[in-house]
Design a protein around this ligand. Structure first.
Ligand SMILES: Cc1cc2nc3c(=O)[nH]c(=O)nc-3n(C[C@H](O)[C@H](O)[C@H](O)COP(=O)(O)O)c2cc1C
Length: 195
């Protein structure tokens, strides 16, 4: 049976988005994927912990989709982590609810891939900057998969964004059917998976 994918989506200004608006639309056309827009659901940041935990338990793959803001996630996604990943649910002796699930991110950056290198403008690779999420997934017993990344998001043409959205859609379908993680974990970006 296909893996059920939960996309936890965070963009505080979707009306101004060029990239994520299209990615989200593309994801929404894939059957069996739940797209959960945090800013739309919780404009007041009052995250419903029980509801979020219930959603998590109903899916095998958890995917955070967001634009990179200050080398991190938009604020609501941090709030979501702080509240939802509770002791006794996500970690700790009886906190086994997320164990064995796969975790990944789909994010965009203004910066180029070259800027995300030791000798580049941002000094660190994106994989290094995403370590807090990687270790959060580890602590919760999830399998951390490489991220799907769109660099230079603000410089892409409409046609390039459409191509990214199509690539994302294909990748999501592939993930639904993926039986083993070995082929995924060795990649640096999920973009490199042939779909
Ligand atoms: C508040 C804010 C912070 C940002 N921080 C970063 C950053 O740390 N690194 C980066 O490469 N781009 C950064 N950007 C650029 C966004 O990542 C980029 O605009 C976004 O990925 C474009 O996606 P969208 O068209 O869906 O909005 C930032 C943008 C904003 C508005």
């Amino acid at each position: 049976m296909d893996h059920r994918i939960l996309i936890i989506f965070a963009h505080p200004a979707l009306e101004k988005s060029r990239v994520h608006y299209r990615l989200l639309k593309a994801a929404q056309t894939v059957q069996g994927i739940t797209c959960h827009d945090l800013y739309q659901t919780y404009p007041d940041f009052m995250v419903d912990v029980d509801q979020e935990q219930e959603l998590l338990t109903q899916h095998e793959i958890i995917l955070f989709q967001f634009p990179l803001y200050w080398y991190s996630t938009p604020a609501i996604l941090k709030e979501w982590q702080d509240l939802v990943l509770e002791y006794g649910f996500a970690y700790g002796q009886n906190g086994l609810a997320l164990r064995g699930k796969w975790f990944t991110c789909a994010l965009s950056t203004g910066g180029s891939k070259a800027a995300y290198q030791a000798d580049g403008l941002n000094h660190f690779t994106l994989r290094e900057l995403l370590r807090p999420l990687e270790q959060t997934a580890n602590l919760c017993g999830m399998v951390y998969l490489p991220p799907f990344v769109i660099h230079e998001a603000n410089d892409l043409s409409e046609a390039e964004i459409d191509a990214c959205a199509h690539h994302y859609q294909q990748l999501l379908k592939q993930l639904q059917q993926q039986s083993s993680v070995q082929a995924l974990t060795r990649l640096s970006y999920l973009n490199d998976l042939s779909v």
